[in-house]
Design a protein around this ligand. Structure first.
Ligand code: SF4
Ligand code: ZN
Ligand code: ZN
Length: 320
């Protein structure tokens, strides 16, 4: 607890001692009011964009991290737990996502009445991420492990969602992730991805299950604090490829943190304003045709491409 917090009373309930300073709202909050604030903001965001319809079955994409824990903890409080299924995907990275972390997530899911299933890259395509990366590097290819990781995770998630017949896939992306992605898409001039990042963007293929991001207005530090206050035990090891993450994202993240530090609430304002601008654009935009399908695997791919990203990557490293 910081020095400023000592002796402070919660600005919301005016009774309990404050344990958190929420910089963007300028409030000191007690544990209970902070937790309630996070749940209510997630509920409001979900309702605002009608992310969930009554009766929807939802697949929760969970890793062993704190954001996943928040998703797993909050979703059963805002939607029928018997309609939720948690899916854990083990990438196969040495020292990361160990069996005990997966077991912990399973236990959390069970305690909340949520079904739990797990799979792995190995099970899905016959190779772990470590093996894929080694094959790429042995061939002298300059592919980031994160590219393999993200592309395959998305494919596996969508595959499971479709085969389980769920209505939505919920991921644990937080506000920091969302604004970084927004700016990256602007910097790259990728208008299609920019529009597709909106919570009400049209789904461009019947083979794609709609994704929702209930934590998109929750700061990363708030997710960390929520998990900590709820006694969640963090995964202690970091992914060994974390230092190879694309550098532009890291730079954007640093600039955004500096901006937020100087002007608290900046990330929220950026996302809220972009949401409104993109929403208007979606309303006036001509209807886009369905995405073409990959000539190798039949999954959707981007406009103008013959192969999907997964097939392209696997072909490059000689798996297909
Ligand atoms: Fe995957 Fe990259 Fe994250 Fe490691 S750092 S888990 S490779 S996305
Ligand atoms: Zn309070
Ligand atoms: Zn393909």
């Amino acid at each position: 607890m910081s020095k400023d917090m000592v002796g402070r009373v919660c600005d919301k309930c005016k009774t309990r001692p404050a344990v958190v300073y929420q910089k963007h709202s300028g409030r000191f909050l007690c544990k209970e009011c902070f937790i309630e604030d996070i749940i209510e903001r997630i509920r409001r965001e979900v309702e605002k964009w009608r992310m969930i319809e009554p009766g929807d079955t939802i697949l929760l994409a969970v890793s062993g991290g704190k954001d996943s824990f928040v998703l797993l903890d909050v979703m059963p409080q805002i939607h029928d737990p018997s309609k939720l299924i948690a899916l854990s995907i083990v990438e196969g990275i040495e020292g990361y996502n160990r069996a005990e972390d997966i077991e912990k997530m399973k236990k959390y899911a069970m305690e909340r009445g949520v079904d739990f299933i797990k799979t792995s890259f190995k099970e899905f395509i016959g190779a772990s991420l470590d093996e894929l990366v080694k094959r790429a590097w042995d061939r002298g290819l300059n592919v980031s492990p994160c590219t393999f990781c993200g592309t395959l995770r998305r494919r596996i998630m969508n595959y499971y969602a479709r085969n389980l017949g769920v209505d939505k896939v919920a991921t644990a992306h937080n506000l920091d992730d969302e604004v970084q992605t927004l700016l990256l898409n602007i910097l790259r001039g990728d208008r299609m991805r920019l529009i597709q990042s909106h919570p009400r963007a049209p789904v461009l293929s019947t083979r794609i299950v709609r994704k929702i991001k209930p934590l998109r207005k929750i700061y990363e530090w708030e997710a960390t604090m929520y998990a900590f206050l709820k006694g969640f035990k963090f995964q202690e090891t970091e992914c060994r490829y974390i230092y190879l993450r694309p550098t532009l994202r890291a730079k954007v993240r640093d600039h955004l943190y500096a901006l937020e530090e100087e002007s608290p609430g900046s990330l929220l304002r950026i996302l809220e304003n972009m949401d409104e601008i993109l929403w208007k654009l979606i309303g006036t935009h001509r209807k886009l045709p369905s995405l073409p399908v990959c000539k190798k695997c039949g999954e959707p791919t981007s406009y103008g491409r013959e192969l999907c990203k997964v097939c392209e990557l696997l072909e490059k490293i000689g798996i297909y």
